[in-house]
Design a protein around this ligand. Sequence first.
Ligand code: MRU
Length: 340
Amino acid sequence: MRTIEWKDGRVEIIDQTRLPAELRIVSCGDHERLARAIETMEIRGAPALGVAAAMGIALAGRNSRAETADGLVDDLERAAERIGRTRPTARNLFWGLEMMRAAWERGRGGGAAAMREALVREANRIAEDDVMRCRAIGGYGAELIDDGDGVMTHCNAGALACVEHGTALGVVRSAVQAGKRIMVYACETRPLLQGARLTAFELKSEGIPFRLITDGMSASVMQRGLVRKVVVGADRITRRGDVVNKVGTCGHAIIARRYGIPFYVAAPLSTIDLDVEAPEIRIEERDPEEVTHIGGARLAPEGTRALNPAFDLTPSELVSAIITEKGVFRPPYDLSVPFR
Ligand code: MRU
């Protein structure tokens, strides 16, 4: 089952807010519904957001009443603007929009009807491509994992964060498929618990051995020698190898360095942003209630003010290697190389 799929002129997604209690499919008939699904995190994870952005544009094309190519482009621009306002940090979302913009510019001469079809084809191509990229990442990454390793991961960088297979969890999957015995240490990932809810769901469904830990236990499991590798995903990576990923990631990288444990980042090239320096990356700030409450129930005293940055920045000097679909890159990083 895929996380996101084009089906009969609609976009079907697995509702990740309901997992693991309920496997519910949401069917989005227009880009506005898909944009809301991104905001509410019914769909989440950087590569999945790239595909969702592309499919949102394909939906906008289909629903547009414009009869001319120029009229259609006006509608597509409006849809791209709306989708671009959903979540700011994952590079893939903007990459998806750029890919679709290139497709509509290429198709402009052929008229509105042909453009609409070309946009659907392009969105589906991007989705298929994501599957191939994740499998390639898995293949390269699996070579870095040894039989018997304990592998720690943070958040969910699995099939649910992509179309299928996953990036960081794709590395684990590929290693397991290659016959390696692995114990995964999955950090629960406060405040939204993507690790406890989604990574645990994926690992359990596939029978991959794992232990769920709270985020604060990462030093303990590394100090005790239980973890031999840390593998995480990414939302945006700079040319110099600085990595923005789910908040908590940087702490794990610092601890891994202290205990001499390799810290790997697995991500497709669509996560790499060659035009940005780390301090310029916009880190999404989410509702503080996600910290003071859990599942609607208050944890902290009334009036407590909380911070809620959704991501943090891991400086490149803490990253042992970046695993992409074009191979494994090590410091000193120049991530323009795989684009050449
Ligand atoms: O806020 P989320 O759940 O969208 O954050 C997701 C992450 O931080 C993932 O680690 C990242 O997107 C990589 S997913 C392959």
